[in-house]
Write a protein that binds this ligand. Structure first.
Ligand code: COA
Length: 240
């Protein structure tokens, strides 16, 4: 087994960390596959209530791995389609997770790395973290990251980030609703751990059903969302 992803447990909290610091945790196919496996395992482990995702080194993640990318020699369409299908399946997996996810981010949080972070339920960022979507600036259509971003922060802010391609700082990311907390750079993991400990101290099913209700209600018109709340309330009665 490679060491691209590190994991450790502290009580009901699983820490999952991308471990490719020399490449700023660029999300190669292998890294995404392994991260996806580790998340799947954690999500089905009844002993785990909260997952904290982080990146080793000076960046959370510089996004998609560009090492094989050559603007002069575009990748064949079939390969692009296969890659996109994999990464979209990964973003879909993040949305479907039942376990609460906290991202602890520092340094560069770019492209797919930014999507990973904002897909988490809570994001704790270091004060000098830098967020952005460089795809269009590089001549790449940002089709993979757009759905998550627009769902998370709405059309105006998403359009600005995706098309102006200007990196933003943690304050601006907070204003855009991409993150929850800004803390000193050397306290990111500590702050995320405190949050995770608090969540893990609550009833696991209550947390899980609340997360599921929020996720589903957010995509529904208000009338349907209220019906969903009622249905989920009855489901909760069976568990709590
Ligand atoms: N894919 C593959 N490798 C990457 C990478 C990526 N997305 N981002 C950084 N790296 C690698 C660099 O090639 C370098 O490797 P090397 O030391 O073997 O040459 C290493 O990570 C450190 O990056 P470096 O560029 O030297 O650091 P920096 O602090 O000067 O710059 C960035 C940091 C993030 C501004 C710069 O690396 C960058 O622009 N990366 C690409 C980001 C991007 O466009 N992501 C979205 C892709 S759609």
């Amino acid at each position: 087994m490679s060491d691209l992803i590190l994991t450790r447990d502290q009580g009901a909290i699983r820490f999952i960390s991308m471990n490719r610091p020399d490449k700023l945790n660029a999300m190669s196919e292998a890294l995404v596959d392994e991260l996806s496996d580790k998340l799947r395992v954690a999500d089905t482990d009844p002993a785990i209530s909260v997952i904290v995702i982080s990146g080793e080194g000076r960046a959370f993640s510089a996004g998609a791995d560009l090492s094989d990318w050559d603007s002069e020699n575009p990748t064949p369409a079939r390969e692009v389609a296969a890659g996109l299908t994999r990464v979209m399946a990964f973003y879909g997996q993040l949305v479907e997770m039942n376990t609460t996810l906290i991202a602890a981010v520092q340094g560069y949080v770019l492209g797919g790395g930014c999507n990973l972070a904002i897909s988490c339920d809570l994001v704790v960022a270091g004060e000098s973290a830098i967020f952005g979507y460089p795809e269009v600036r590089l001549g790449l259509a940002a089709t993979g990251v757009t759905p998550t971003l627009v769902h998370q922060i709405g059309r105006k802010a998403a359009f600005e980030l995706l098309t102006l391609c200007e990196n933003i700082d943690a304050e601006q990311a907070l204003n855009f609703g991409m993150i929850n907390r800004i803390v000193p750079d050397d306290q990111v993991l500590e702050a995320a751990t405190k949050m995770a400990e608090r969540l893990a101290s609550f009833n696991h099913d209550a947390l899980c059903l609340t997360k599921q209700t929020l996720r589903r209600a957010a995509d529904l018109p208000i009338g349907k969302a209220i019906e969903l709340g009622l249905d989920m309330g009855f489901t909760a009665k069976m568990y709590l």
